[in-house]
Design a protein around this ligand. Structure first.
Ligand SMILES: Nc1nc2[nH]cnc2c(=O)[nH]1
Length: 155
């Protein structure tokens, strides 16, 4: 855990917020003692609800390494990652996450993701956004074909 990198994430969060890029969040991805990528929230600038600081940093690191796997890397974030970013962190196989402000601090600033955590723990029928299932028999053969595809790239 290196405070220099965490401070860089916090510095970015302020700089980009003041530049009207989006919400007040910054992130950096580090391998060894080198910063591979920087990300900041660009939701409002890019009209992209997925453009959270952590997602932007993950995309930039993958692009820099020309890989979709960030094992061996650590993500430093100015704030505790939201549930969407947590999912991306697991899929990117990051080694570790270090964050500064907490999800409670984010909620106090108007970025409340408690409702997502709450909703995720509900059974699917009880979720705030209706999730309906259909046509499983048409989708299943594609998944089965994937398991037989000899040149598939697993991730
Ligand atoms: N950690 C984090 N939390 C958020 N909540 C809303 N946007 C963001 C973001 O970019 N990063």
């Amino acid at each position: 855990m290196d405070m220099r990198f965490l401070r860089e994430a916090i510095r970015l969060s302020r700089e980009k917020m003041e530049a009207d890029e989006g919400g007040p969040f910054g992130a950096v991805i580090v391998r060894g003692d080198r910063i591979l990528s920087r990300g900041w929230n660009r939701v409002t600038r890019a009209n992209d609800p997925t453009a959270h600081a952590e997602i932007c940093a993950i995309r930039a690191a993958c692009s820099a390494l020309d890989r979709f796997d960030l094992s061996g890397c650590t993500l430093y974030a100015s704030c505790e990652p939201c549930p969407m970013c947590l999912g991306a962190i697991y899929w990117a196989r990051l080694d570790a996450v270090v964050f500064a402000a907490t999800r409670r601090d984010a909620a106090d600033a108007g970025f409340d993701d408690a409702f997502v955590y709450r909703d995720l723990s509900q059974p699917i029928e009880a979720r705030a956004i209706p999730f309906r299932q259909a046509l499983r028999e048409e989708a299943l053969p594609v998944l089965e074909a994937w398991t037989r595809k000899e040149d598939r790239v697993d991730y």
